[in-house]
Every structure is written in C-alpha cells, then in structure tokens.
Design a protein around this ligand. Structure first.
Ligand SMILES: [Zn+2]
Ligand SMILES: [Zn+2]
Length: 303
C-alpha cells in the first residue's frame, strides 16, 4: 500500500501577470515580487527532480512562454555554485519579463475590450492547458498537472466566456488552478476558477509584510496533489457564484443573456455589445392566442 501512495512528479504551469499599470498600484515592487516568484520556482524544482515546470507571462497586449524556451543568454557567465536548472529558470524568466515589459511599453496594439489595468488571463490559461495536454501525453509516467496564476490585474468582463471555457476544460482534464491575487480587489472570475477546479484562492496582503508573497506561495501552492490531501487548505466560503454583467461589471441575480454569445447584461439593449447581434423585439405570440382551447379556460385578465 505504501508504494501506491508514493507521490509522482508534478507539472506546474505558472501564469505570471506582468501588467505594469497594475503592479504600480502594489505596495510590493515588481522586481522584488519577481525575485520571490523565482525563489518559489526553484523550491518547486528542488522538491522533486522529476518535477516539470513552465512559465507563461501575460499582460494587456500579449502572452508568451518564458520557460522553457530555446533562448540562451550567451552573455551570462556560468556560476559554478548554482544548480544548472535553477540558473536556467532564473535567467529565462527574468530576461523574458524584461523583454516583455520593453516591448509592451512600445506597442499599442491592445485588443478591444481590454483596458489598461487588465490582462489576457484566458489566453494564458489556454496556452497553459495546451502545454499540460501535450506534457501529460508525452510523459511515460503519471504526472500531476496544475496551474498557478499570480494575478494583479482587474477582471476584464470581455474575458468572461473565454475564461469560463478554460476553467471547465481544466476541470475536465483534472487540472488544479491555484490563484495568488497580489493587488487590487478580489477577482470574481479567478475565485470561481480555483473553486471549480479544486485549487486554492489566496489574497496576499503585501501592505504589511513585503515577503508575504513568497510566504503565501510556499505554504499554499508548493504542495503536490498527494500532500494536499493531508493538509488543511485555506477555504473561502464567501465566493460569489453569481454572474457579472458585461456592461457595468456588476454582480446580477437576474439579467438578460445574449442568445448568440451568452453575454450577460443587467439592462435590455437592442444590440449585444460583445458579438454585435441585433435582437428582434417582435413579441412571441402568447399561448392563449395560438391555442385558445387550453389557455382559454384560464381566467381572463381584468381590463
Ligand atoms: Zn450592467
Ligand atoms: Zn452576444
């Protein structure tokens, strides 16, 4: 029995939000946060030699793999006292983020519906799931996949459908999604992602303790599936599962749903702002008019 309980390797895909506008609001500086994330990545790799890792960075205009990549930095002098894989991860992640910020400050091609403080999280999660699908199929031994989202940006209502699709795909594949929200208000979308897939959602308080990001990552997101079954994970009972309207990002109990793209609105509109479908307001014939026999027995309305 003890042999069967032996944990196998994990495949962790980290989605790192590098939205500079959002990080500027954070009491913890971005470069210090990045150092803490890199320490966590090294700790994860040190935990088990078979552990696999991928890092995907996203911001408002793009989404790219930072690790593993073919890129090698020839200018870096090899440090003899650093484990080679740690150095490889550190260099690629730090250099990749630097390049992404530089290219992001020059480019202005932000997709429609994504605002300054928002990021393309659904796109990054789709990439992560593709990587996991490929990785698990290529692996000879059983591998436990999971995703960690280090989030700083606000929810983009435009992303809702794409994000929910990726969440359900992750649930179907048995992929946990852990979320570490570093700055800003709680992300309703990512709270649902963590809850539906069985992962942990954590809001980090960087105001009081500048090292709290690393502490939270180590205590909540480092353990693999097997260890988690023996740990008491932070559980949030206050997750709001109500839908959010796409027009004002307000949580609604009852709303209007576009019959084409399933966007939710709090007020009736003649055109869907997401898919531009024009709605027909011709009244559906009432059952009483169509079939006078069954409906006619009911009491007729007064006036
Ligand atoms: Zn609304
Ligand atoms: Zn629509």
């Amino acid at each position: 029995m003890s042999e069967a309980a032996e944990p196998e390797a994990s495949l962790l895909v980290v989605v790192l939000d590098t939205n500079t506008a959002a990080w500027e609001r954070c009491p913890l500086q971005f470069d210090r946060a990045l150092q803490q994330v890199v320490i966590f990545l090294n700790a994860y790799l040190a935990l088990k030699p078979e552990n696999k890792l991928a890092v995907i960075a996203t911001n408002k205009s793009e989404c790219r793999y930072l690790y593993p990549t073919e890129f090698t930095d020839e200018t870096t002098i090899p440090e003899m006292q650093v484990y080679e894989q740690f150095r490889d991860v550190d260099t690629k992640v730090l250099t990749g983020v630097q390049k992404m910020i530089e290219s992001g400050s020059m480019s202005s091609d932000t997709p429609a519906g994504i605002e300054q403080g928002q990021s393309q999280v659904s796109r990054a999660l789709s990439k992560a799931l593709c990587y996991i699908n490929r990785g698990t199929k290529a692996s000879v031994n059983k591998i436990w996949p999971r995703i960690l989202v280090v989030s700083v940006a606000d929810d983009a209502p435009r992303e809702y459908i794409a994000l929910m699709n990726t969440i359900f795909a992750a649930q179907k594949l048995g992929v946990l999604i852990d979320v570490c929200k570093v700055v800003g208000s709680d992300s309703v979308f990512l709270q649902q992602a963590a809850e539906i897939t069985g992962g942990n959602y954590l809001k980090v308080d960087t105001q009081e303790n500048r090292g709290s990001l690393l502490q939270s990552l180590m205590f909540t997101c480092l353990a693999d599936h097997f260890t988690r079954s023996m740990l008491y994970s932070p559980h949030n009972d206050l997750i709001d599962f109500r839908a959010t309207c796409f027009c004002h990002k307000r949580v609604v109990d009852i709303g209007y749903v576009c019959s084409v793209c399933l966007s939710i609105f709090c007020k009736m509109a003649p055109v869907c702002s997401t898919c531009k479908t024009k709605f027909s307001f011709k009244l559906v014939r009432a059952p009483s008019a169509a079939n006078g026999t069954s409906a006619g027995k009911k009491k007729p309305p007064v006036n």
